[in-house]
Design a protein around this ligand. Structure first.
Ligand code: CMC
Length: 425
C-alpha cells in the first residue's frame, strides 16, 4: 500500500511526496511547503526532521538496533578491528586482506605530527580542557593539508587518512603536555590502538597495557564509530555544507561533542559517580535529585533522544567494564554504584515512564579510568572513535546534491519601529 501525505495550511492543501527508506522509515518531503503555502515547519531540536538521506548507519531507537552499513554492531564488536570499521564507514564495505594491509601500513606511515601542531598543543595552558586543545589542533591541520583535498592514498582521501593516523598522536600529545610529560613518538611496530596506548602511557606507572586491553579499547572505539545524525555529526555536515574543509568541519564536530549532553556525558558520569561516593554511595539520593524538577541535576549517562529502549552500545560496554576491571584485577566501587544506580532508575516510575535507559556514556568512563585515562581525556576517546563516522557523513553530504544547511525560524521579536534619537530614549 502506497503512503500518501498532504498538508493543509489555511485554505491551501498541498499533496506531499513521501520517501521510504531501505528500512521502511517514512519521510514526508516538505521541500515545496514554503513556496506553495508560505509556511515553514516548526521542530525545535529537530526530533521530527530528517535533514538528509544517508546510507551510513541505521538505528532503531524503539528496538535498540544499531548497524553500520548494514552490519549489527554486536557482530562487528570483537570480530573486526577499529581500522576495519573505519574503512567500512568510509568506503561502504569491509576491507579485504589486501586493502586492510595497505590501509594499516599507510596509517602507520602517517602518524607523525607537523611541527606547528605540536607547537599549538604545547602553547595551551597545561590545565586547558583536552577537547579545546583537540579542536584547535585539528583545525590547525587545515593550514598544511588544504591543498591536498583531492589526492588519494591507500584507497582513501589523503586528508581522511592523515586524520585517522594523526588524531591518536594529537590526543596522546595533549595528555602528555597537560601531565608535564615529554611526548612519545609513534611506534610503527604497534597497531593503531596499542600504539595509542603506548604514546599515552609509556614511561609512566600506567604503561604496559597488554593486547587484551588494547583489544578492549579497540572495541570501545568501534562502538563509538558512528551514530547517524547526532549533534556533532549534524554539526560536521552543517559546517561542511558551507564548503568548509574537512579539518574545519571535524574541529567543529569536536566542540559539539564536548558538551555534557552529548559526548561530554562520559566525563560527567564519572563526576556524578564521585558525587554519589561523597554522599556515602547513596544511589537513592541521585535518583531523587534527577527527579526533582526544581533541580538542574540529571542522571548523566541516562536517556537518549532516539533510544527509547536499551542503548545496544551500553549493553556491550557494561560487559566490557566487568571484563576489563577483572583483567586488571581492579575492584572499583564506582562500578557497583553504577550498577546499583541503573537498577534503581530502571525500577523507578519516573525513568520507566520517560523510557530513560543507560546510554553509551554510562559505563565507558569506568573503563577509561581503570586504564589510567584522566577524566578530561574521556571525551577525546569518544572523538577518536567517532572520527570515521564524521568523515563518512562529511563525504556523503559533499558527494550528493549538497545544499548549504540553513534552517528557517519563526520570528517572535518586535515589529518594525523607528529609531529614536539618543537624547529622546
Ligand atoms: N535524568 C533525568 N531526567 C531526564 C534525563 C536524565 N538523564 N533525560 C531526560 N530526562 C527527562 C527530562 O527532564 C524530560 O522530563 P519531562 O518530560 O518531565 O520534562 C524527559 O525526560 C524528556 O527529556 P528531554 O530532555 O526532552 O529529552 P531529549 O531527547 O531532548 O534529551 C538527552 C536527550 C540525552 C539530552 C537527555 O536524556 C539527557 O540530558 N541525558 C543526560 C546526558 C547524557 O547522558 N547524554 C549522552 C547522550 S548519549 C551519547 C551521545 O549522544 O553523545
Amino acid at each position: 500500500m502506497s503512503i500518501t501525505a498532504e498538508i493543509r495550511v489555511g485554505d491551501k492543501t498541498l499533496p506531499l511526496p513521501v520517501i521510504v527508506g531501505s528500512e521502511q522509515e517514512v519521510g514526508v518531503d516538505i521541500q515545496a511547503l514554503r513556496d506553495k503555502t508560505g509556511a515553514v515547519t516548526f521542530d525545535p531540536g529537530y526530533g521530527n526532521t530528517g535533514a538528509c538521506e544517508s546510507a551510513v548507519t541505521f538505528l532503531d531507537g524503539e528496538l535498540g538496533i544499531l548497524r553500520y552499513r548494514g552490519y549489527p554492531i554486536e557482530q562487528l564488536a570483537g570480530k573486526v578491528s577499529f581500522l576495519e570499521v573505519a574503512w567500512l564507514l568510509l568506503k561502504g564495505e569491509l576491507p579485504n586482506a589486501a586493502e586492510l594491509a595497505t590501509f594499516t601500513a599507510a596509517e602507520k606511515a602517517n602518524r607523525g605530527l607537523p611541527a606547528h601542531v605540536t607547537a599549538i598543543i604545547n602553547a595551551f595552558p597545561k590545565d586547558a580542557h583536552p577537547m579545546a586543545v583537540l579542536s584547535a589542533a585539528v583545525l590547525s591541520l587545515s593550514s598544511t593539508y588544504h591543498a591536498e583535498t583531492a589526492a588519494t592514498h591507500a584507497g582513501l582521501n589523503f586528508n581522511e587518512l592523515r586524520l585517522m593516523a594523526q588524531l591518536p598522536t594529537i590526543a596522546a600529545a595533549i595528555y602528555r603536555h597537560g601531565a608535564g610529560l615529554a611526548p612519545v613518538a609513534p611506534d610503527a611496530k604497534l597497531d593503531y590502538t596499542a600504539n595509542f596506548l603506548n604514546m599515552m602511557f609509556a614511561g609512566t606507572a600506567r604503561s604496559g597495557h597488554d593486547a587484551d586491553i588494547a583489544n578492549a579499547l579497540d572495541l570501545l572505539l568501534i562502538l563509538h564509530a558512528d551514530h547517524e545524525q547526532n549533534c556533532s555529526t549534524s554539526t560536521v555536515r552543517l559546517v561542511g555544507s558551507a564548503q568548509a574543509d574537512l579539518y574545519a568541519s571535524i574541529a567543529a564536530g569536536i566542540t559539539a561533542l564536548w558538551g555534557p549532553l552529548h559526548g561530554g556525558a562520559n566525563q560527567a558520569v564519572i563526576e556524578m559517580l564521585d558525587g554519589i561516593v561523597a554522599h556515602g554511595g547513596d544511589v537513592g539520593w541521585a535518583v531523587a535529585q534527577a527527579k526533582d524538577k526544581d533541580s538542574s541535576f540529571r542522571l548523566m549517562g541516562f536517556g537518549h533522544r532516539v533510544y527509547k529502549n536499551f542503548d545496544p552500545r551500553a549493553t556491550l560496554i557494561k560487559v566490557q567494564a566487568d571484563v576489563v576491571l577483572g583483567k586488571l584485577g581492579k575492584n572499583d566501587p564506582q562500578l557497583a554504584i553504577a550498577k546499583g544506580l541503573e537498577e534503581a532508575a530502571l525500577k523507578d516510575e519516573y525513568f520507566v515512564a520517560r523510557k530513560l535507559y543507560p546510554n553509551v556514556d554510562f559505563y565507558s568512563g569506568i573503563i577509561y579510568r581503570a586504564l589510567g585515562f584522566p577524566y578530561g581525556m574521556f571525551t577525546v576517546l569518544f572523538a577518536l572513535g567517532r572520527l570515521p563516522g564524521w568523515m563518512a557523513h562529511w563525504n556523503e553530504h559533499n558527494a550528493g546534491k549538497a545544499k548549504i544547511g540553513r534552517p528557517r525560524q519563526i520570528y517572535t521579536g518586535k515589529n518594525a519601529r523607528d529609531v529614536v534619537e539618543l537624547s529622546k530614549r
